[in-house]
Design a protein around this ligand. Structure first.
Ligand code: BG6
Length: 518
């Protein structure tokens, strides 16, 4: 109804993440919802800088980071920028001031519009700050920034990773949060959960249930590869990255989240968020903690040099892995025996993220028109990458069941002339998103919709740390192998899987190579 409004408080408004993604996401929300539902947003950009300096910096950031290509957008941008108020947030007194300002503005909204139809629907506080500041900040937010007017005004707090550095620290942080916020008020962001294709994994499984669910188990699936290859290195941020390493940086979070979407049981009702979260938690508790036999770590060859030049450290060797391949084993009836291979790394040959499900030969060939021969049957969720082969889409070998259509996606049978994983696939079924939306825009909107299954709940977070904490500790003393450009095409992973389920790589003169299997 007319006159509904939200208060949005972005703490860390001038920081890197805010500049790169958050203001754009808020702008998209502002322009779409503003037009569609006629709701109002009162937005506060907060940072530690004194008001004059902060205000100036913030308006420069807003003007530079939101790009417009038409008049309508430019006008929208103008009203967006004008609507944002800068507020200094450094001391407790600043929180009190902000509280008064928000209350005043909220009251102003009541006075301005027909009181019967006007109320604050929700209040979102986004923390885009270093995690070391979380404990103090959440306490002050709880104390000063909760909506005062009772009724049903929701309060949601959004946090960015890292959520701890191991199980104990993650638990400590979770306890601190729970002292001030209820579980349903906490929205931990994993930006991979906002990516178009990742968001599509569960809906795909639901819509294609009849065809694919009978195949979705260890009788029919040979292995699942969940891969995040990056071309970039960590130059310019080695001091930060050195504390983290690839497992903390992308495996405990992004790759584990994607794994859950692929492997969890489907609750009966696809709209039941609590049931989806419960199913995810159950799965995570069924995963064996990763051990030394199930991990391979490596470091790109110039890492150490970059680290030394960017820090004052004189240490002769850094042990931080920039690449890891690991095996997850799931102890449940559906997946017992199916390896889930998670792989992530920097400075590799290409940028590509995907989930690849490779089916066994016992999966019947679905194509009525031609024999399948020994064609490999695989279903791939391409999440994104640097070239058209890895653009967001779902793709399946022709031999597999066809896809159901759905809004926002185009299903098609395509003749392709492409080679995927060393195998030429010239006829496939594809599902292509009509728009590839920005992950942060999707997630900021999801906070408003209360779509909690697109965020990381406390129990899942701790269960995930349970899987990864030991191995992080174990490998911290091991020197990773060194690589110069690593060809990690998962086709080769077949040969890494050995009897014990471990991974085997061949190291030759400090360079990782994979031996020709023949
Ligand atoms: C972040 C990691 O979470 O994800 C970065 O901290 C990584 O190291 C980034 O580069 C990759 O995200 P995207 O969306 O570019 O694939």
């Amino acid at each position: 109804c007319m006159g509904n409004h939200y208060n949005i408080i972005l703490i860390g408004a001038t920081g890197d993440l805010a500049q790169k993604y958050l203001w754009r996401g808020l702008f998209d929300l502002f322009s779409q919802t503003y037009v569609k539902d006629k709701v109002q947003f009162l937005i506060y950009g907060c940072a530690r800088k004194v008001p004059d300096e902060g205000r100036k910096l913030l308006s420069e950031i807003l003007l530079n980071t939101i790009k417009c290509h038409d008049v309508e957008c430019r006008e929208m941008k103008k009203s967006f920028v004008e609507s944002i108020q800068y507020h200094q947030l450094k001391t407790e007194a600043h929180y009190k001031d902000l509280d008064s300002k928000v209350s005043e503005n909220t009251k102003g909204m009541y006075a301005m519009l027909d009181a019967e139809w006007t109320y604050e629907v929700g209040r979102l506080v986004y923390l885009s700050i270093p995690p070391s500041q979380y404990p103090k900040t959440v306490q002050l937010v709880h104390k000063h920034l909760r909506p005062r007017i009772a009724r049903n005004v929701w309060m949601r707090i959004v946090l960015e990773k890292p959520f701890g550095e191991d199980l104990d620290s993650a638990r400590d942080l979770a306890i601190t949060l729970s002292q001030h916020f209820k579980e349903e008020e906490i929205f931990r962001i994993d930006h991979y959960l906002g990516k178009t294709v990742v968001k599509q994994i569960l809906p795909f499984r639901y819509v294609s249930r009849e065809a694919y669910e009978p195949l979705w188990n260890s009788h029919h699936v040979d292995r699942v590869e969940i891969v995040m290859k990056e071309k970039v290195d960590v130059k310019g941020r080695t001091a930060f990255y050195d504390e983290v390493g690839v497992i903390r940086d992308v495996m405990q979070n992004h790759l584990t989240e994607i794994f859950c979407l692929v492997a969890m049981e489907l609750p009966v009702d696809s709209g039941n968020i609590a049931a989806i979260l419960a199913s995810k938690q159950r799965l995570l508790h069924q995963v064996e903690a990763v051990n030394e036999q199930s991990v391979l770590t490596a470091q790109y060859s110039s890492y150490h040099r970059e680290f030394i030049s960017e820090t004052t450290s004189r240490e002769s060797l850094r042990k931080t892995p920039t690449f890891a391949a690991t095996l997850l084993k799931v102890n449940n009836a559906r997946w017992k025996g199916t390896p889930f291979i998670l792989m992530g790394g920097k400075k590799l040959e290409e940028k590509a993220s995907y989930v690849r499900i490779v089916f066994k030969d016992n999966v019947m060939c679905m194509s009525a028109t031609k024999p399948c021969g020994n064609m490999q049957k695989q279903l791939i969720f391409y999440i994104g990458g640097s070239d058209h082969r890895h653009a967001p889409m779902v793709i399946a070998s022709d031999a597999l069941p066809s896809f159901a259509d759905r809004p926002g996606w185009k299903a098609q049978n395509l003749k392709l002339d492409l080679t995927y994983f060393g195998q030429s696939i010239n006829e496939t079924r594809q599902l292509i998103p009509e728009a590839d939306d920005d992950a942060y825009t999707n997630l900021i909107q999801a906070v408003f919709e209360g779509e909690r299954h697109l965020f990381v709940d406390t129990e899942s977070l701790l269960a995930s740390w349970q899987i990864w904490t030991n191995i992080i500790k174990m490998i911290s003393e091991t020197m990773p192998r060194i690589y110069h450009g690593l060809d990690v095409e998962p086709e080769l992973l077949d040969f890494y899987l050995t009897n014990g389920g471990g991974l085997k790589f061949n190291v030759d003169q400090d360079v990782i190579r994979v031996d020709d299997p023949k």
